[in-house]
Design a protein around this ligand. Sequence first.
Ligand code: SAM
Ligand code: SF4
Length: 472
Amino acid sequence: MIDSKQKLTDGFKDFIDDALLENLIATTTEDVVAIREVIAKSMELKPLTIEETATLCAAQSPVIIEEIFAAARELKKKVYGNRIVIFAPLYIGNHCINECKYCAFRKSLRTTVRKTLNESELKLQIEALEDAGHKRLIMVYGEHPDYTPEFIAKTVRDAYSVKKGNGEIRRVNINAAPLNEEGFKIVKEAGIGTYQIFQETYHHKTYREMHPANTHKGNYEYRLDGLTRAYEGGCDDVGIGALFGLYDWRFEVLGLISHSWHLLNRFGCGPHTISFPRIRPAHGVTLNEKYLVSDADFKKLVAILRLAVPYTGMILTARESAEMRGEVMQFGVSQIDAGTKIELGGYTKDGEQELNKEQFQIGDVRSMDEIVKNLLQNDFIPSFCTSCYRQGRTGEQFMEFAVPGFIENFCTPNAALTLAEYLEDYASDDTKIEGWKMIEKEVAGLDSEKTKELIQKRLIEIKEQGTRDIYL
Ligand code: SAM
Ligand code: SF4
């Protein structure tokens, strides 16, 4: 993992101009007419410029903020329908050579219990996740010489190889330190989905304060260049993110949009996902309260991100409480984790998780089944679909939402089919009843009689013949 040379891609240019972003934030004041124009542009599904995003960030009055929320809700329905994709995080190892001030895994924190899952422990975790009904994982790693690209690739292959009953993992995403191009090639060959790297903060000075210069992560440019190297190494499915609470949230939003434009301009395709974790209390971490993001600002920033990048998936994790997740999900979130345990080995542990074995404290501790039921009751269709990446629809090919009829032809049917599998194999009785009602409604709502017939036939195969893993 440790790339001591930290070589940047040819022609690297630091595309985050702090002065420009600071100036935009300082000089953009609330302008209702301009905000409405920006909203209108976004409703035509056009990505917003940094300046337009700053215009939205300046919204202050409750009436105009409500207009932003309403637009985000509408855009979400238009682009994504009512699907929410479900995944689970799986921490593989928490050894780390870095000193990130906000993280319980930082090297000097001696009271954190360190662990790397071995092959049989990994298998047990995967089996527990499969028993809960999971099909999609994000595997998470500290940064350590042991966690080489080969090691990451092996853990990914191991995860795919574990099958229990009808259970199997069909997509493994990664959240780990940035690799060099060669490293990205190695993990790509193991069949990863998205490679996710959070810049944490796009603000250079804050970045330096949070990540000491003598550490590997202390190199801002190398991290910023990480996903560019990922593309160059053949990983065309990448996720960006910022850790909200380290610096002014508006700056981080503009940083994320700058990053998204950088990838779009260079590779003709922006990031697959954006994450916007808020910093959480963690073992051995004293939070600086100055930039912590209030609930009101958090809702605003989620809605603004939705409008700014209409085609990018948005991930909301269990860092947030069940109530907050329920609220902001409406503004355009497309993926959430469920039944989350972040203690190393946590999926096979009874009783409370221990904070000195976790990276931070989570806010939503509900089980997978509770979350699935709650989604259904709120008219969302939980989806376990992994079709696009298995059909090679990624990167530039990832036309998902740009192609007319894509949702009708692929997303809704695949959501219904994968939910049906979950209901038959893992759901509680109540969830099963709610789920089948939802599936009937979704299938009835399809325009094409041909697709309707096909899906109905497939659903019977799942229910009565026990067929699994059917996707379009
Ligand atoms: N070690 C790798 C790295 O730093 O890139 C992998 C990621 S780390 C295990 C996952 C993410 O957790 C970090 O990128 C950071 O944004 C987030 N994180 C760290 N401490 C946190 C905290 N106290 N609250 C919320 N999120 C936190
Ligand atoms: Fe290590 Fe990542 Fe935590 Fe930083 S955020 S201390 S790199 S695990």
